[in-house]
Design a protein around this ligand. Structure first.
Ligand code: SF4
Length: 432
């Protein structure tokens, strides 16, 4: 038994950012627990804090720095470890002086071998070179759904993006391993998996595109009731994938497709691999085959040189396209990116005004989408988390519903009629 195990050190993992980080944190946690460490959840006192960081925006980095300060106050004697995208990109002396160990994205899993070193000697050098290493991960915490990592990294190099720099080149798990992980998740009683990665549509087997093939295998996993595709690049969402989703009830009619801009000049500057016409075609095809499908899109506003007319172009495009909700991000200058060097950076006040307009458009579209479904019946997976005597769940097409907590429906899929919405815009349901 190691010294740390004898001391029974407690470890608290904090996760910032994307689904992929959540899946990886869960795996780190499972391994450290198996090594005999006591894992504590929430804002608890611990001997070691591991922060799984994010660098997608300046705000994400700020959150990380605030969390470091907070944890120092919570336990001044604690060891603090940073892993992930922010620490992969930010190797400043300042950061190194505030924490005890910095690991990046590729060497993230070295944390499993580092705990003893951490207590013996505080300074550990960072070595995070890009590699083909793929470490498989999935989350089991939520008990309702699991984030299953199938792919990592990205070869696209969009001009604003640091994730492709921090996470390195695109690589995929093997189909066999994904299927085995899916079976383990089902055996744990979880009914829904969310396929997670940096660019999941780029999933490959034997160096050939294989996302559709992966779906074909996944739908055969017994007991796997729901497969959510999560975010997929429009140019990789083939019509075959859309048709396959329409033909298989396990693949949920919910698509998250990054648009980023509805103006082709801006899309070109962003180095995206499609024009808006392709995006429109994909959404129309989805709605043709799955009229109730929910389509969500990411949009970045205030990209360098975006004029009022360019923004209006985006606004009109979104208004006219069957997108049901938006995730709107004001453009954030990121070090190491091409867009950071571009002329024509947009003032914060302009970015904020454009963000507000798109959020208002998103609210209208979401309300319209919800209203179209009133009185109709859908399968709903009820979650385990209780709040104010309510349980919540989502329909297959991602409409949020509530039931009374004393219904004891946690983790079950029920057939529900959508009755009316609460002031928060959540549907009350009748079980049918
Ligand atoms: S597709 Fe573009 S935005 Fe998405 S991770 Fe890759 S480089 Fe970044």
């Amino acid at each position: 038994m190691s010294g740390i195990e004898e001391n029974n050190k407690t470890i608290n993992i904090r996760t910032l950012g994307c689904k992929l980080n959540f899946a990886e944190s869960a795996t780190i946690e499972q391994h450290l627990a198996a090594q005999g460490f006591a894992i504590v959840q929430g804002d608890k006192y611990a001997d070691v804090y591991i922060i799984n960081t994010c660098a997608v925006t300046e705000t994400a980095e700020k959150k990380c720095r605030q969390l470091i300060n907070h944890l120092h106050l919570l336990n001044p004697a604690a060891k603090i470890v940073l892993v992930g995208c922010y620490s992969a990109l930010e190797q400043s002396q300042k950061l190194a002086s505030e924490v005890d160990l910095i690991l990046g994205s590729h060497n993230k899993m070295q944390i499993l071998n580092c705990m003893q070193t951490l207590f013996d000697s505080p300074a550990v050098p960072l070595s995070d070179t890009d590699s083909d290493t793929f470490f498989s991960s999935y989350s089991l915490h939520e008990r309702t759904r699991s984030f299953l990592k199938i792919q990592d990294g990205c070869d696209y190099h969009c001009s604003y993006c640091t994730v492709c720099i921090a996470r390195g080149k695109s690589r995929s798990d093997s189909i066999d391993n994904v299927i085995n992980n899916a079976k383990t998740i089902v055996a744990a009683g979880i009914k829904e998996i969310v396929l997670s990665g940096v660019n999941i549509g780029d999933f490959k087997a034997d160096r050939k595109p294989a996302f559709l093939e992966l779906l074909q295998h996944l739908v055969t996993v017994e007991g796997l009731e729901r497969i959510r595709i999560s975010s997929i690049e429009p140019n990789l969402l083939s019509n075959e994938i859309i048709r396959f989703a329409a033909e298989h009830r396990q693949i949920l009619p919910h698509f998250h497709i990054p648009l980023q801009s509805g103006n082709n000049r801006i899309l070109g500057l962003m180095r995206r691999r499609y024009q808006r016409e392709l995006f429109a075609d994909k959404t129309l095809y989805i709605k043709q085959l799955m009229p109730h499908a929910c389509i969500a899109a990411d949009v970045i506003v205030g990209f360098p040189t975006e004029t009022d007319d360019d923004f209006d172009d985006t606004y009109r495009f979104i208004a006219e396209t069957p997108i049901n909700m938006l995730h709107v991000f004001p453009y954030s200058r990121r070090p190491h990116t091409i867009a950071n060097q571009m002329e024509g950076q947009i003032e914060a006040s302009v970015k904020n005004a454009r963000t507000k307009r798109l959020i208002a458009l998103s609210d209208t579209k979401k309300q319209q989408f919800y209203a179209q479904h009133q009185g109709l019946c859908f399968p709903v997976l009820i979650e385990h988390k209780k709040e104010n005597n309510s349980l919540f769940g989502f329909t297959d097409n991602y409409i949020k519903v509530r039931v009374d907590a004393d219904s004891h429906l946690e983790g079950q899929i029920i057939n529900a009629q959508l009755i009316d919405t609460t002031p928060d815009g959540i549907y009350n349901i009748k079980i049918v």
